[in-house]
Design a protein around this ligand. Structure first.
Ligand SMILES: C[S@@+](CC[C@H](N)C(=O)[O-])C[C@H]1O[C@@H](n2cnc3c(N)ncnc32)[C@H](O)[C@@H]1O
Length: 246
């Protein structure tokens, strides 16, 4: 599979048509009882999973592209079809915006041209974040827009804040922004960030722009907004950590 995908087409990115959205249905009444232990464990026992070759290759190309851009970096982690990557690139023309997603199908959808200061990369974030850390990446902004919620209690380890890759994601530093339609996801994420970094994220309701000339940042945001679901936004400014696990 190709490691970096640039789609071409009309110059204006288009939101994808999508089915009506369902509210996240979870048996969890509050933050997961095992969250704190999992966060501590992620730092105490660093993830050893070998890096997949395809993400290594994809990362190497992204790293070369970024070096040639020679501008501050914005990472759009789990970018889906890359609508947000395109829109962030348009909103921050002085930045280099890298959207990463593991789905070749989503990345390959024809939703409009990719601006020169944006790159879409197919890769697994579990590997990509570790490679980015090792390569010294230091994003100014880092977006996690509507990550998969994994609402069953047994799926805590799949949520980013319960995943063993959490230390690397946080260690990249910069202004980290999470948006979700599941308040508990944001609350757990805030607890994990607080435990790991000592920083208290800002968490509150998020309203997508209503002006006729501005649109939701992602297809999921558009879908949730259309169905009137409340959305949540978490932001936190993180220091780049240079000596993780050393
Ligand atoms: C719910 S979708 C949100 C997509 C997009 N941010 C949006 O709001 O429209 C979550 C995305 O995360 C991607 N994803 C999940 N786990 C991933 C991983 N380990 N590495 C890369 N992408 C991942 C999925 O492929 C999917 O596109």
């Amino acid at each position: 599979m190709s490691s970096a995908i640039s789609s071409v087409g009309s110059s204006q990115p288009r939101a994808m048509p999508s089915a009506p959205s369902r509210v996240v249905d979870s048996p969890q009444p509050g933050p997961h009882h095992d969250l704190s232990r999992r966060v501590a464990r992620a730092f105490a026992r660093p993830l050893q999973k070998p890096l997949a070759e395809h993400t290594r290759v994809a990362f190497a190309r992204a790293d070369a592209w970024l070096a040639a851009q020679n501008r501050p970096l914005i990472v759009d982690a789990g970018c889906g079809v890359g609508l947000s990557t395109r829109r962030l690139a348009a909103a921050y023309p002085g930045h280099a915006v890298i959207g990463v997603d593991r789905s070749a199908d989503r990345l390959g959808r024809e939703i409009g041209a990719v601006p020169d200061n944006a790159l879409l990369v197919q890769g697994d974030l579990v590997d990509f974040w570790r490679l980015a850390f090792r390569a010294g990446w230091s994003p100014e902004r880092h977006y996690l827009l509507y990550p998969n919620p994994y609402p069953k209690a047994a799926q805590l380890k799949k949520r980013w804040h319960g995943h063993p890759v959490l230390p690397w994601m946080l260690a990249l530093g910069g202004r980290l922004e999470l948006r979700t339609n599941w308040r508990l996801y944001a609350e757990e994420f805030a607890l994990a960030v607080g435990q790991a970094t000592g920083r208290t994220p800002t968490l509150g309701p998020y309203s997508p722009p209503e002006a006729a000339d501005s649109e939701p940042l992602t297809p999921f945001e558009a879908k949730y907004a259309r169905s009137g679901q409340p959305l949540w936004q978490l932001t936190v400014n993180l220091e780049r950590q240079w000596h993780l696990f050393t």
